[in-house]
Design a binder for this molecule. Structure first.
Ligand SMILES: Cc1ncc(COP(=O)(O)O)c(C=O)c1O
Length: 381
């Protein structure tokens, strides 16, 4: 099956009682046993549920993994993976990862004895330099959030293999339609399914996808032991959303390219961050390791916070809201919104400034999006 066909068919667990064409929701906390040794594959919904299982099989197939655990949020997925490590272990992560991941690492897990180094992964040499005797994990996020820096996944996983540590990729920004990290040697993939996989801004969820038996077993144990799994209803919503993933991603990136092209030549715009533009430093690498450039872009306006605020409050179609990956276009201000949980120093080190605006381009017609944004940017004065 090709990718789009897998989206629609894999894991879709049809109900044989009434021959439903789609997976039913099983909103039950518990399942009846036949006798003291036998049940029909599920006993308690924290540990497993048929609707959730359908989603897990689907996502494992889309990423090319062997197993998946669907979690209540993206952060729950990241929490599950981080429980693979113990106090004293060292983790290397990008300096420009999602602010919530930074907060979990720096603000929570560091107190439990995990050590972190945040490096500019744009140069794999920085990762090599950061490796220590107790390094156990390299955390990759590419394209990075919000500046769309591209990390060479193959180069980083080669380092991980050489030093014998686990590599993890957060593939939220592109979805498996546009990037499949297992193809580049990554060990574990995580997602915030809140974003493109669900695609309709009506659920929060996450997923951990594994490609090795020992990781699959441990993640499954951890998700059950820590109580991180998602509800059957949320699993059903994501499974419903995934069916149109390919179509949506094509529309997202069509709009993003049109918008980036307009912004790149706008006199009130200082810089555009979109890997689809040939001027983007990661353009060639993105062409090599991705199947497209995605629907996220950021830009710096000329001026500072007042000018940025004018744009952020001056559009009709782009809503001022956090999150990304939904069918509707959103805009947000990393400085006080998505990346507020980073220290100001960490924000500056990663290149986020008071001029930076992040855009999640929806699936509206590109001409409408370009016209709306053009008018808002021109209104800076
Ligand atoms: C790249 C990335 N990873 C993880 C998360 C966390 O996901 P959630 O908000 O579903 O917990 C986000 C949320 O914005 C994200 O952008």
């Amino acid at each position: 099956m090709r990718f789009e066909t897998k989206c629609v068919h894999v894991g879709v667990d049809k109900d044989e009682t009434f021959n439903s064409a789609t997976t039913p929701i099983y909103p039950t906390s518990t399942f009846r046993w036949v006798d003291l040794n036998t049940h029909k594959g599920f006993d308690y919904t924290r540990s497993g549920n048929p609707t959730r299982k359908a989603l897990e099989q689907n996502l494992a197939a889309l990423e090319g993994g062997i197993d998946c655990k669907a979690t209540a949020t993206g952060m729950a997925a990241i929490t599950a993976v981080m429980q693979l490590f113990k106090p004293g272990d060292h983790v290397i992560a990008g300096h420009d990862i999602y602010g919530g991941t930074f907060r979990l690492f720096y603000g929570v897990l560091a107190d439990y004895g995990l050590e972190f180094s945040f490096v500019n992964m744009g140069d794999p040499g920085n990762v090599t330099k950061a490796v220590k005797q107790n390094t156990k994990c390299i955390w990759i996020e590419t394209p990075s959030n919000p500046l769309l820096n591209i990390v060479d996944i193959k180069a980083i996983t080669t380092i991980a293999r050489e030093v014998g540590v686990i590599s993890v990729a957060d593939n939220t920004f592109l979805s498996p339609y546009l990037q499949r990290p297992f193809e580049h040697g990554v060990d574990i993939v995580v997602h915030s399914t809140t974003k493109y996989l669900n695609g309709h801004s009506d659920v929060v969820g996450g997923a951990v996808i594994t490609c090795q038996e020992d990781h699959a077993r441990r993640i499954s144990y951890l998700v059950n032991a820590l109580g991180l799994a998602c509800s059957p209803f949320d699993a059903w919503l994501v499974l419903r959303g995934v069916k149109t993933l390919g179509l949506r991603m094509e529309a997202h990136q069509r709009g993003a390219m049109a918008l980036a092209t307009m912004l790149a030549s706008h006199p009130k715009v200082e810089r555009v961050y979109y890997p689809g533009l040939p001027s983007h430093p990661g353009h060639e690498l993105a062409k090599r390791q991705q199947y497209g450039f995605g629907g996220m872009l950021s830009f710096d306006v000329k001026g500072g916070r007042p000018e940025a605020e004018k744009v952020l409050t001056g559009t009709k179609l782009f809503q001022l809201a956090e999150s990304l990956g939904g069918v509707e276009s959103l805009m947000e201000y990393p400085e006080t919104m998505s990346h507020a949980s980073m220290t100001p120093e960490a924000r500056r080190a990663s290149g986020i400034s008071e001029k930076t605006i992040r855009v999640s381009v929806g699936i509206e017609h590109p001409d409408d999006l370009v016209a709306d944004m053009k008018a808002a940017v021109a209104a800076i004065g």
